[in-house]
Design a protein around this ligand. Structure first.
Ligand code: HEM
Length: 494
């Protein structure tokens, strides 16, 4: 074929491509997009956005972009045109319109590693179905009757092993606690036995890959995590086969019938592949976030001795009343008395921002505050930026649990003088667990874990940081040195 014939053949495709780009440009021009910078082709501004920074700040990238463009700006992140929102109202609007105007849209690599049936990536009816199963498993009734006891047992198991005069990683201890709890609750695995320890080891490799760049090349953390994923799935599959065998033989085990694996096998019609992904993703969702939150509380509290003092008073009073009543284990009424502890938990989550931003995409062209969000664009509600906004939270970088008491007071004063439903105070800007139809299914369990851990921690130990360490957002929150601490037993030993 001659050159001129080749050009003639390709001409229609070149023209079509040209027209396509003109149409896209025209469409973009029709939109009143927020200001911003699309950065480099393909890479956009992703590298700057993901650069690690102190977890108690919003980082240089966000700070500069907000001061240049405002709280809503456009960018190109994770290979896609994106609207970034540090605006409390828009964030709420996005999360509450899940499935109508916006939809959950995590990068493909997350689905690759957590599985295509993972709750984090599912949308529509299948998401609703999995969510109902998870909510059932984490229900309020189960928290009261079953989980509170487990949470306390696992807390004590970890805390009792702490030794004076030795330096250890508070972050690893918190991980041990939340992993053991989830492994028990999901598959009735006992802490310390070889199979649980083996699973934990695989899980650590798996986690490193979930939070690393998705490069499936020999030697990368992502490739190793994919290998660990298949080892973990084989493990869960084996447990499943054992259970099915037991069920066939009519062997009853109260504990196993009560765990997630037993429940899904008996009451759901999920396929094996779906059960495996559900279990893996719940282990992930329930273990990593809670352990970081506990490590953050251990990190923030020594900087605020007055808060430790007030916590000790609250928990000593609970312990004293229990002793008088001849009780030992914590019950739901004790938990409800932990009011100041709840303020400490809220403040830890506000300042530490375990989950910093969420991934969504627009299902339709959406207009908000005069700006357009085009259909198909990615949308990132940055919840951390709202929690650290000085217009919403006074001195946002300051760990101040009492702000929650003040806000509660303001809110109740307002509701007694006003007939409107408006939620005064800043509570409706506070979204550490997301919001709308995808609100964290484990938020109540997470708060219970933190409260019970804090209860036994402040009653039994004085602790200090053994070495300077700091929480960093990578953007997942982590302590580079593992948060090394030393402890001293208090008189009221466990
Ligand atoms: C302090 C600890 C925790 C934090 C900060 C946290 C935060 C979040 C956030 C922000 C979301 C929403 C994700 C999105 O909308 O894209 C979420 C979802 C979820 N979380 Fe948590 N979480 C925590 C603990 C837990 C625990 C202990 C569990 C229990 C297993 C859990 C299970 C889940 C599940 C199943 C979802 C998916 C909900 C859905 O898509 O319907 N989380 N979490």
């Amino acid at each position: 074929m001659s050159d001129s014939e080749l050009v003639l053949c390709l001409l229609p495709s070149i023209l079509a491509l040209f027209l396509f780009f003109i149409l896209i440009k025209r469409k973009q021009k029709r939109f009143n997009l927020p200001p911003g910078d699309m950065g480099w082709p393909f890479l956009g501004e992703t590298i700057g956005y993901l650069k690690p920074y102190s977890a108690t700040s919003i980082g240089d990238f966000m700070e500069q972009h907000i001061s240049r463009y405002g709280k809503i700006y456009k960018s190109n992140l994770f290979g896609e045109p994106t609207i970034v929102s540090a605006d409390a109202g828009l964030n709420r609007f996005i999360l509450q319109n899940e499935g109508r105007l916006f939809e959950c849209s995590y990068p493909r690599s997350i689905g690759g590693i957590l599985g295509k049936w993972s709750m984090l990536v599912l949308v529509g009816d299948m998401h609703r179905h999995m969510r109902i199963i998870s909510l059932n498993f984490l229900s309020h009734a189960r928290l009261r009757t079953h989980l509170l006891r487990e949470v306390e047992n696992h807390t004590l198991l970890v805390l009792k092993a702490w030794k004076e005069n030795s330096v250890f990683s508070a972050q690893d201890e918190a991980k041990k606690f939340t992993f053991n709890l989830m492994a028990k609750h999901i598959m009735s695995l006992d802490p310390g036995v070889p199979e649980t320890e083996q699973l934990k080891k695989e899980y650590i490799t798996f986690m490193k890959g979930v939070v690393s760049p998705p490069l499936n090349l020999p030697g990368t953390a992502y490739r190793k995590a994919l290998q660990s994923r298949s080892t973990i799935l084989k493990f869960i599959n084996r447990k499943m086969d054992e259970r099915v065998e037991k069920m066939k033989e009519g062997i009853e085990d109260l504990e196993e019938d009560n765990d997630l694996l037993g429940w899904v096998l008996k009451h759901s019609n999920l396929s094996t592949e779906q059960i495996l992904d559900l279990i893996l993703s719940l282990l992930f969702a329930g273990h990593e976030t809670s352990s970081v939150s506990i490590a953050l509380a251990i990190y923030f509290l020594p900087g605020c001795p007055r808060a430790i003092q007030q916590l000790r008073e609250e928990h000593t009073e609970i312990a004293r009343a229990k002793k008088q009543a001849g009780e030992t284990d914590l019950n739901w009424d004790d938990y409800k008395k932990m009011e100041f502890t709840q303020c400490v938990i809220s403040e830890t989550l506000r300042l530490g921002n375990v989950v910093r931003f969420l991934h969504r995409k627009a299902l339709k062209d959406v207009r908000y505050k005069g700006y357009d969000i085009p259909c198909g664009w990615k949308v990132l509600p940055v919840i951390a930026a709202v929690h650290l906004d000085p217009l919403l939270f006074d001195h946002p970088q300051h760990f101040n649990p009492w702000r929650w008491q003040e806000m509660k007071q303001q809110s109740s004063d307002q509701s007694s003088t006003s007939s409107s439903n408006y939620n005064y105070g800043n509570n409706n800007s506070f979204m550490p667990f997301g919001g709308g139809p995808r609100l964290c299914a484990g938020s109540e369990l997470a708060k219970l874990e933190m409260a019970v851990f804090i209860h036994h921690l402040v009653l039994n130990y004085h602790w200090e940081l053994a070495e300077k360490d700091q929480a960093f957002a990578f953007p997942f929150v982590d302590f580079p040195k593992g948060l090394p601490i030393t402890v001293r037993h208090l008189n009221s030993c466990i």
